[in-house]
Design a protein around this ligand. Structure first.
Ligand SMILES: Cc1cc2nc3c(=O)[nH]c(=O)nc-3n(C[C@H](O)[C@H](O)[C@H](O)COP(=O)(O)OP(=O)(O)OC[C@H]3O[C@@H](n4cnc5c(N)ncnc54)[C@H](O)[C@@H]3O)c2cc1C
Length: 380
C-alpha cells in the first residue's frame, strides 16, 4: 500500500509551485480569464522548473518523477489556476506521454527534450466535431501515397490547437468501425496543409487554449508514425488511462482550493452576530466537502500508485476521474453557496472554480463514459 505522507519530492514540488504561482500566476489569473488569454510564457517557465516533462526520464531531459509527484504538481497548479493545471496536464500526459510510451528511440530523442523543457508545446488530437465519446468513429483520413500519408479532415476541442509546436494526431488509415483502422502521427507546426483553426470561447478553463486542428492535403512522412500502422486508437485508450489520473488531480486542486477558501470565508463572514461557520447548515457542508475531497484523493493516489508499479489502471483511473470530477463540481457549487452573493461575483475565487470545475466531468471522457469503462471492467 502507498504511503499517505507526501514524499520529499512532492513537498519540494508543492513549495516550488506555491512560490512560483504567487509571482507568476495568482496576480494575473483574473485578467487571463477575462480575456481568454493563453499565458504561454508561464509554461516556458514551468519547463525551466521541470514541470513540463514530469514523467519523462532524465536521459531525455525530463524530471524522471513518478505519478505521485505528477499528481501533486497538477493539484498545486490547479489550486492557483485550473487552466494552468489543465494545459500542463494535457502537455505532459497526452502529447509528451504518447511519444514517451509509443515513440521509437529516434522520435524520443528528437521530441522529448524539446517538450520536457517546453521549448516546444505539445498538442494531442483525437476528438472531432462529430466524434467525441465515440472517437473510434473518426473521419479524419490518412491515405498512403508512397512513403507519405496525406491527411484530410479536422479535429476540435484540442488543447494548444493553435500554439502547439507539435501534435500527436490520430487519423483513420483503415475501415470505419475497425478499432485497428487508426494510426497516430507526429505532426509539426509548419507542415504544409496543417494549421490551427478557431479558438473556442469557453465557460471555464478560459486561459487554457482550446482550438481546432485542420488538415488539408497535409503530407506526412511515414517515419512520423508512432508505433505501428493501425495501433493509433488502441494507443490512445492507453494514453487516456493515465491521462484520467491527471484530470482527477486537476479536480483535486479545484476542490481543495474551493474548500480552503470556504473554510476561511465561513470563519470571517458574520451573520446574526456569529460567524457563518457556527451554523450547522454551513459546517455540515464543510464536513461533506472535506470528506468527499479526502475520498477523491485516496482514489487518485491509488490509481497513481498502480501506475507507478506498472499495473493496469483502466478501472482505477476511471474510478478516480469519475469520482474526483463529480465531487469537484459539487464542492465548487457548495463553495459558491457558502460565499452567498459574494460567491456570485468575480471578487472572490470560488465563481471561477465553479466554472472551471465543469470541464473535469467532460474532458478525457465524460462521466458517462467513465461509467461505461468501469462497468465493462467489473463485468468482465
Ligand atoms: C476544454 C477542453 C479541452 C479538451 N482537450 C482535448 C484535447 O486536447 N484533445 C482531444 O482529443 N480532445 C479534447 N477535448 C475533447 C473532449 O475529450 C470531449 O469533449 C469529450 O470526450 C466529450 O466528447 P463530445 O464533446 O463530443 O461529447 P459527446 O460525445 O457528443 O457527448 C454528449 C453527451 O452524450 C453522452 N454520451 C455519449 N455517448 C454516450 C454513451 N455511450 N452512453 C451514455 N452517454 C453518452 C456524453 O457523456 C455527454 O453527456 C477537450 C474538451 C474540452 C471541453
Amino acid at each position: 500500500m502507498f504511503d499517505f505522507n507526501l514524499n520529499e519530492n512532492q513537498r519540494m514540488i508543492a513549495e516550488m509551485v506555491r512560490s512560483f504561482g504567487a509571482k507568476e500566476i495568482t496576480p494575473f489569473r483574473k485578467e487571463w480569464d477575462d480575456n481568454q488569454f493563453f499565458p504561454i510564457q508561464v509554461f516556458k517557465k514551468l519547463g525551466e522548473l521541470g514541470l513540463m516533462g514530469v514523467l519523462v526520464p532524465t536521459e531525455y531531459g525530463g524530471s524522471g518523477f513518478g505519478y505521485f509527484e505528477y499528481v501533486t504538481a497538477i493539484l498545486e497548479l490547479s489550486k492557483l489556476d485550473p487552466s494552468v493545471g489543465l494545459s500542463m496536464a494535457a502537455h505532459n500526459s497526452l502529447c509528451t506521454g504518447h511519444i514517451l510510451m509509443f515513440g521509437n528511440e529516434e522520435q524520443k530523442k528528437k521530441y522529448l527534450p524539446k517538450l520536457a523543457t517546453c521549448e516546444w508545446l505539445g498538442a494531442w488530437g483525437l476528438t472531432e466535431p462529430n466524434t467525441g465519446s465515440d472517437a473510434g468513429n473518426m473521419r479524419t483520413v490518412a491515405k498512403k501515397e508512397g512513403e507519405y500519408y496525406i491527411l484530410n479532415g479536422a479535429k476540435n476541442f484540442i488543447t494548444h490547437g493553435v500554439s502547439g509546436d507539435v501534435a500527436v494526431v490520430i487519423a483513420r488509415t483503415g475501415e470505419i468501425g475497425d478499432s485497428h483502422g487508426m494510426t497516430a502521427f507526429l505532426i509539426e507546426k509548419g507542415t504544409p496543409g496543417f494549421k490551427g483553426g478557431r479558438k473556442e470561447d469557453k465557460l471555464g478553463m478560459r486561459a487554457s487554449e482550446t482550438a481546432e486542428l485542420i488538415f488539408e492535403d497535409c503530407k506526412v512522412h511515414e517515419s512520423q508514425i508512432l508505433g505501428k500502422v493501425g495501433e493509433g486508437f488502441i494507443q490512445s485508450m492507453k494514453i487516456l488511462d493515465g491521462g484520467r489520473i491527471s484530470i482527477a488531480a486537476l479536480s483535486l486542486g479545484i476542490a481543495e482550493g474551493a474548500l480552503e477558501a470556504s473554510i476561511q470565508y465561513s470563519k470571517e463572514r458574520q451573520q446574526f452576530n456569529k460567524p457563518i461557520s457556527s451554523f450547522q447548515g454551513i459546517s455540515f457542508k464543510l464536513a461533506d466537502m472535506a470528506t468527499q475531497l479526502e475520498a477523491a484523493k485516496l482514489l487518485t493516489f491509488k490509481a497513481a500508485d498502480l501506475k507507478n508499479k506498472g499495473q493496469k489502471v483502466t478501472l482505477a483511473g476511471a474510478q478516480a476521474k469519475l469520482y474526483a470530477s463529480e465531487v469537484c463540481v459539487a464542492i465548487s457549487n457548495e463553495a459558491v453557496q457558502i460565499f452567498g452573493g459574494y460567491g456570485f461575483t468575480k471578487d472572490y475565487p470560488v465563481e471561477k472554480f465553479y466554472r472551471d470545475s465543469k470541464l473535469c466531468t467532460i474532458g478525457e471522457g465524460t462521466s458517462e463514459i467513465q461509467k461505461l469503462v468501469i462497468s465493462r471492467e467489473i463485468l468482465k
